[in-house]
Ligand binder design. Structure first.
Ligand code: KIV
Length: 288
């Protein structure tokens, strides 16, 4: 009898994610490469965001603005090859959607071709027309309001959003505009907890919080923050589930010591010629 082919894990879809609202919290992490995407997928993460935070935690820039489409597509392809179940969301980098609606649609499609299942754009009502055009082209879109690192780094810096009634009302209007434009979910970054709660109640799609309190429909964190690998800044909203910078430092230090002391590689890590071939080779040496 023929053996049944192993079952492939069913991909988390936009519909699955939307259905979690009010029933089950959505877990999202960023990922930028094949190996970590594979581990997160194995752990059962719902979605992986190929975030433009790659600019800082992978490429070493001081903000997210310098990363470009080519770099983001490379990360996206790697993550999509590592994750079989998690939904992959490609973060559209600064400059890839601002200039025109056509460019926004073209670049969103590039993400899908690179392996993403959806894209994310930063902005509220002012980009609702672009989001609608991308959704109309068939690409699912995740919104992102509150702190928008691509532009806040150029203007007011990284600050809590929704501190005043006016700013809270503005955020609610943005969320409504995005919902109307057809987003399947909205990231709320560094929004006051009370405002995030109001938005979550107000709109029908899941809100995904980062620094926006406990009432959002799900949470997202930057993987390098969660693992304690990125040490340049540690925002208050980050919880480090591991402190991997120290063990990595220790492992690399030990490797350097072993190489210098001739202790690495050892016999276990070494390959040899077959004995007959070795004899033949040595005899050639004698001839010489
Ligand atoms: O790029 C990123 O990592 C993000 C998250 C902070 C939401 O946009």
């Amino acid at each position: 009898m023929q053996e049944a082919a192993p079952k492939r894990a069913k991909k988390v879809s936009v519909i699955d994610l939307a259905a979690m609202k009010g029933k089950q919290k959505v877990s999202i992490l960023t990922a930028y490469d094949y190996s970590t995407a594979r581990i997160c997928d194995k752990a059962g993460i719902d979605a992986l965001l190929v975030g433009d935070s790659a600019a800082m935690v992978v490429l070493g820039y001081p903000s997210t603005t310098p990363v470009n489409m080519q770099e983001m597509l490379l990360f996206c392809g790697a993550v999509s090859r590592g994750a079989k179940r998690a939904m992959i969301i490609g973060d559209m980098p600064f400059g890839s959607y601002q200039p025109s609606t056509n460019l926004a649609v073209e670049n969103a499609v590039q993400f899908i071709k690179a392996g993403a299942d959806a894209v994310k754009l930063e902005g509220g009502a002012e980009i609702a027309d672009k989001i609608k055009a991308i959704v109309d082209s068939g690409v699912p879109v995740m919104g992102h309001i509150g702190l928008k690192p691509q532009t806040s780094s150029l203007w007011e810096g990284y600050r809590l959003q929704g501190r005043t009634t006016e700013s809270a009302q503005h955020l609610i209007q943005d969320a409504q505009a995005l919902e109307k434009a057809g987003v399947f979910s909205i990231v709320l970054e560094m929004v006051a907890t009370e405002v995030a709660k109001a938005i979550t109640k107000e709109i029908s799609v899941p809100t995904i919080g980062i620094g926006s309190g406990y009432d959002c429909d799900g949470q997202v964190l930057v993987l390098h923050d969660l693992l304690g690998i990125y040490e340049d800044i540690k925002p208050k909203f980050v919880r480090r589930y591991a402190e991997l910078a120290q063990p990595i430092l220790e492992a690399v230090t030990k490797y350097i010591e072993d190489v210098k002391a001739g202790k690495f590689p050892a016999e276990d890590n070494t390959f040899h010629m077959h004995s007959e071939e070795l004899e033949r080779f040595l005899s050639k040496g004698e001839e010489r």
